[in-house]
Design a protein around this ligand. Structure first.
Ligand code: CMP
Length: 132
């Protein structure tokens, strides 16, 4: 059993997509170990996305993720990290495959509806940040 962090980002929460997105995880044998709705502040956002701090989109990214409530979840299951990434689809929804969460729901590369840890190391760090 593996754990990964999933975020339902502010654009999806605002559009009442929490249930539809959670359905995708549950239909694919991922269990929700922990879950909370939270409005993070700018300081938390900068810490969460610190690996992107040299990227040109860092400022907008931090403003966006702290712009409204999000849903943070620990997803659990076999191969949960990779499975979640496949279910989300490509970061840029215009490149995401049919049937993926981002293809179905995302608005743009910024407002891309969901986040998922990209490795075991990230999952550990991100779960500790949201759930310790
Ligand atoms: P996420 O999986 O939350 O991780 C970092 C986020 O940066 C990513 O989703 C995108 O929403 C956002 N982002 C904005 N511009 C880019 C870009 N050019 N490349 C990658 N990620 C980007």
């Amino acid at each position: 059993m593996e754990q990964t962090l999933s975020l339902i980002k502010p654009d999806a929460v605002e559009r009442n997509l929490i249930g539809k997105i959670i359905n995708v995880f549950e239909d694919n044998n991922l269990k929700i170990g922990h879950m909370k709705k939270i409005h993070v502040d700018r300081q938390f956002a900068e810490k969460f996305y610190e690996m992107h701090k040299e990227r040109p989109f860092f400022n907008d990214l931090c403003n966006y993720i702290s712009s409204g409530p999000l849903v943070a979840m620990v997803l659990e299951g076999d191969n949960a990290i990779q499975k979640n990434r496949e279910l989300m689809g490509a970061t840029n929804p215009s490149e995401a495959k049919e049937g993926t969460i981002r293809k179905m729901f995302a608005i743009s590369i910024d407002k891309n509806s969901v986040h998922g840890s990209d490795s075991a190391e990230s999952a550990k760090r991100e779960i500790e940040l949201f759930f310790s």
